[in-house]
Design a binder for this molecule. Sequence first.
Ligand code: AMP
Ligand code: ZN
Length: 494
Amino acid sequence: MALRLYNTLSGKIEDFHPLDGNRVRMYACGPTVYDYGHIGNFRTFIAVDLLYRFLRQSGYDVRYVMNITDVDDKIIRNSARDGVTVQQYTAKFTQAFLEDSATLSIEPPVLVRATEHIDAMAGFIAELVKKGFAYRTDDGSYYFRIAKFPEYGKLSKKDFAGMTDGARVDLDEYEKDSARDFALWKAPKPGEASWNTSIGPGRPGWHIECSVMSMEQLGPSFDLHAGGEDLIFPHHENEIAQSEALSGKQLARYWFHSRFLLVEGQKMSKSLGNFFTIRDLVLRGHKPSSIRWLLTQVPYRNQLNFTFDGLKSAASSVEKLRNFRFRLTSTPFLAGATQPMAQLADETIAQIKSALDDDLNTAEAQAAMFDMLRKANTALDATEVRQDDVKPLLGALEKFDEIFGVLQDDDQPKMKAILDWARAEGREKEISPELMEVAGSAQLADEQVNRMLAEMEAARKTRNFKASDALRAELTAAGIIVENTKDGVRWRRK
Ligand code: AMP
Ligand code: ZN
């Protein structure tokens, strides 16, 4: 069986056939780098990472491109608020995105930045104007004329018949049913970043960025375009309109969208206090491998409900996989082979492949692996496993891990790096004793200890005992002994 994927464009599960033999060209909308990425963003990025890994494992030669949106409404607003350039504002979060992706063992795509394609965007818009699909307004902004593109709505299945020609929307993100001409290019506003280009000064709208970068990297028609379900409208609908109006060709054959993640049954939001970045979770002491595993457990089109209980059980699943490998590689076995173990490994590989071929059914693939673990562990307990059984069993485990990426035991250094980052950012208070424990021998520098003691004293004076206790716990966990003497607070290392 070959891969079958749900295609948002057709609304059906279809056989996947690339346009060009064995080559797959795919594009995913990347992060808008105005803040640290949250677990919802990484739910989607990991879903696409699994697809990328599985396509490669299935023998395809894959070119996977992802953009970094380093200019949009939010970025312009925040950089103006902070009095820094767009470049200064986004550099930190672009770097954080790269680090978080590596923390979660995401295979790096080819990354392209919007701000490096501004001239190409201006050229693209000029072409659209020439063909009658775009127009300039008096202030120097440019809009896409959706009435000229009758297929508008084909991805999101919206019927825009009878829409009013010429009504416009400026925002990068807007209401779900807005049948308006959308901004391709926005005239400069005082205090906001802008670029001088062949179509005049200003800055690009968000949608044009992806049309230009995807087509530049992958050609006017490519195989697959991915993102979270919120991007179907307007972002992807607008990309299709811009690109297909220009080229007259289908932009992407398959449209892949992952379902939005919930946290403890609710929509994630800062106001509900259930908003988590990858760093937040690591600061609480959770391992990157547990986070990755949890984000892969539910197939991408089903709603994943992120819970802390789920995160704990994810940690134990990863532990079981690693223990199994350890058991296979460290036990002395009798020579020879057994028929059932080799067969078990083969069957498991086949089951995993057929689960993933079935629209990336990760839950079923994982169940198949745990079934193998259970049976093989029973055989190991009964000393029924022989030396030559190790290779096929390990082979199945490794093949599974080419997709799921949790076997490599590198959580500790990754957590240590986040601990160091939190200190450098002055976020010591968020560091949990659990993280201190996992990150291990991480010693605090003298001046950090002094600073924390001063903060502890200040907290105590304002009767904020929760904060002072947390600081003390952190110091204790780092092996710092604090003594209250009549001369004041003294400390020493354990
Ligand atoms: P953004 O940085 O907002 O442009 O989003 C980057 C990616 O994360 C896009 O593909 C979004 O669709 C996706 N995304 C944002 N929030 C969630 C969520 N709660 N669950 C799943 N995907 C999300
Ligand atoms: Zn995009």
